[in-house]
Ligand binder design. Structure first.
Ligand code: SF4
Length: 228
């Protein structure tokens, strides 16, 4: 029986992986030898706008490192993600950015918006609560709200998408949308979108903190790891 793709459990060192070295090896479930899908993906990259997008994204990726001409090369990244976004958007020729943010990050949104404008972009920004849709309209009961017994606007990622679609933004930047709300935004947005930061309410929006601490303070999330 064909094993599911399982790169997360690949034990090969990077320089011995078939996905990183032409003479590399495969691991159980390795997707790299799946010719049909590999070729299907390559065919997509040949399409005009997709090709431009993928090519410039990879050029941008490399430009996030300096001193690349030195050998052996020791990676030296220098650009924060906000800079990466601005540079990539400029390469793509984008003029109008959609900043789609969570009300909990309104201060950060104000700063991001300012940076985008100073960098020469026109911005359209939409907060998650736009539209003031009561949570009851989604079918939530009183005890399923954060503020029980009070009026509470639901996050409205579909409206956020419809607004930026209507404004014909070239590129959308998500800032702090909740899990699931971000998925709905991606589903309904018509322009390409990227993420500046994801929401994590307890780690200062650094979800990897819980992974880095999985052996100690977040052990409860992964108790099974220690039972294996
Ligand atoms: S593509 Fe294959 S070699 Fe590469 S990480 Fe996945 S399983 Fe390992």
């Amino acid at each position: 029986m064909k094993k599911h793709a399982n790169c997360a459990e690949c034990t090969l060192p990077n320089n011995e992986r078939i996905c990183m070295d032409p003479g590399g090896k495969t691991s159980p479930g390795c997707p790299t030898p799946r010719k049909r899908l590999v070729e299907a993906a390559k065919k997509e990259y040949k399409k005009g706008e997709v090709n431009k997008f993928a090519r410039l994204a990879s050029i941008q990726e490399a430009e996030c490192y300096i001193n690349r001409e030195k050998k052996p090369y020791v990676m030296h990244p220098v650009k924060p993600r906000i800079q990466e976004i601005c540079e990539f958007a400029k390469k793509m020729g984008y003029k109008k950015l959609g900043l789609v943010f969570c009300v909990g990050l309104k201060k950060e949104a104000e700063i991001a918006n300012r940076i985008f404008k100073v960098q020469g972009f026109h911005t359209v920004s939409v907060v998650c609560k736009a539209g003031r849709m009561p949570k009851e309209e989604l079918g939530l009961k009183e005890n399923e709200k954060i503020f029980i017994g009070e009026f509470e606007s639901a996050c409205n990622p579909i409206l956020q998408a419809l607004i930026v679609n209507n404004e014909k933004t070239d590129f959308n930047i998500l800032l702090g949308l909740c899990v699931g709300h971000d998925s709905l935004f991606f589903k309904y947005a018509t322009s390409p979108s990227t993420v500046l930061a994801v929401k994590d309410r307890v780690t200062g929006h650094n979800p990897l903190a819980a992974l880095y601490l999985y052996e100690t303070y977040y052990m409860r999330l992964c108790k099974k790891c220690f039972d294996l």
